[in-house]
Design a binder for this molecule. Structure first.
Ligand code: CTP
Length: 403
């Protein structure tokens, strides 16, 4: 999946001949799963029609502060547009518009929106070779870079003037590749390995029976997918579930028992930056596993259980620089029990689930959690989707590990 998937992309089109390629750029962005809105400078409409762009982007195209042709004209709010965007791409970016951006000369909607935008701004310059080589253009680039804007270098080739040189807008495919690479490299978990456990464990009684629990694995899979989207290399140690993931950053290690989960987690823990144990691990397993199916005989059957290893506590005991997160599922004295677990297992964060809350727990798509931090700070959250809970967890961890 592309890092552009789900991103809100604002495409600014200025008046260069390369504007005809913007239609294709919109298509490529949409194909990558981005949501696209287009703003044009008034003269850009001479090069490509707003109708083409609104059809491809499935959104109205804006080019002025008010819609002049409409008698009920409304103010097009550049501040709202600037804040909406996750990413602002100006392509093609003419020498004139780039210069205005560097000066803050907001005499059109596009530049006003640029001044309001808080997101990363990318520009794909397009101009003739002599304009591209001119010292004032270089000064403009330097100034824009000093604002944190990112220049997508122009390409070498035949120009609209008939001359050959550097100044052509990068091809749409190359712009997409540039964006994907740049975004990936800047992801907050880039270069970090994380290990996550999910799902139940099954502890065999005989060849056909086991002791298990109702965990669906949804919370752990959501945590793994969110981490992968944030750039981490994820080892997902999963007990038996119906879930699957084909995220290219996730390696799934399938296990059945608590003992297998213990082995798999320890194999990866030392080289990991973060470990999050969300699996519902059996605390006890049959002391003896029958070789053959147990036949019914007497009125009752007693199975001797022995303790499994506490994986989370074992990680806490050998913790070095890892950020270690546990879950706690409680039905009474929730906060006190969670705080005790946090200390006893040497954790950096505990995510508390209460079975008393509706919308929380096994099998549901939602969860209601409370964070208890290593400094005993208690942070309660509303009921939300497990994916949103996963985002909250990672946001907290990223803040802590970058602090
Ligand atoms: N856990 C683990 N290994 C076990 C049991 C639990 O790693 N053998 C982890 C779970 O993945 C979870 C945390 O420990 O992150 C807490 O699990 P929970 O069942 O709430 O608590 P326990 O410590 O097992 O204590 P109790 O069941 O007595 O509440």
């Amino acid at each position: 999946m592309s890092v552009l998937s789900g991103k809100k992309v604002l495409l600014g089109i200025t008046a260069g001949i390369a504007a005809y390629k913007s239609a294709y750029l919109v298509r490529l962005l949409i194909k990558k799963g981005a949501e696209v809105r287009v703003i044009m400078t008034p003269s850009a409409k001479e090069f490509v029609t707003p109708l083409t762009l609104s059809t491809l982007s499935k959104n109205e195209v804006l080019s002025s502060f008010t819609n002049e042709e409409d008698e009920n004209a409304q103010w097009n709010n550049h501040v709202e547009l600037g804040l909406w965007a996750d990413l602002f791409l100006v392509a093609p970016a003419t020498a004139n518009s780039l210069s205005k951006m560097s000066q803050g000369n907001s005499d059109n909607l596009l530049i006003a929106t640029y001044l309001s935008a808080k997101c990363p701004v990318y520009v794909a310059p397009a101009m003739d070779l002599d304009m591209y080589a001119h010292p004032s253009t270089h000064e403009t680039f330097k100034k824009l870079e000093s604002f944190g804007n990112i220049i997508i270098p122009a390409a070498h080739g035949e120009l609209a003037s008939g001359l050959v040189g550097k100044g052509r807008m990068a091809e749409p495919e190359d712009i997409i590749e540039f964006l994907e690479k740049d975004i990936s490299e800047k992801l907050p978990l880039k270069g970090k390995k994380v290990v996550i456990t999910a799902g139940p464990t099954y502890e065999p009684i005989d060849p056909v029976r086991f002791i298990g629990n109702h965990s669906s694995g949804k919370m752990g899979y959501a945590i793994a997918e969110t981490a992968a989207d944030l750039g981490a290399r994820v080892i997902l140690v999963s007990g038996p579930t119906h879930l699957n993931t084909d995220h290219s950053n996730i390696q799934v290690v399938k296990v059945t028992t608590a003992a297998q989960m213990y082995e798999a987690v320890h194999e990866h823990y030392e080289s990991s930056a973060v470990a999050i144990l969300s699996a519902a691990v059996a605390d006890y397993r049959p002391a003896d596993v029958a070789d053959q199916k147990i036949k019914k005989n007497d009125a009752s059957l007693t199975i001797n259980l022995e303790k499994t290893q506490d994986i989370l506590a074992s990680l806490g005991a050998v913790k070095k620089d890892q950020f270690l997160v546990g879950f706690a599922l409680e039905t009474e004295n929730e906060l006190e029990n969670a705080k005790t677990k946090l200390k006893k297992k040497n954790l950096d964060l505990i995510v508390l689930n209460s079975l008393n809350d509706s919308g929380a727990g096994f099998g549901t798509d939602t969860n209601k959690v409370t964070f208890v931090t290593a400094h005993n700070k208690v942070i309660p959250f509303e009921v939300k989707s497990k994916h949103k809970v996963a985002e909250d967890i990672w946001q907290h961890i990223i803040q802590e590990i970058h602090a």
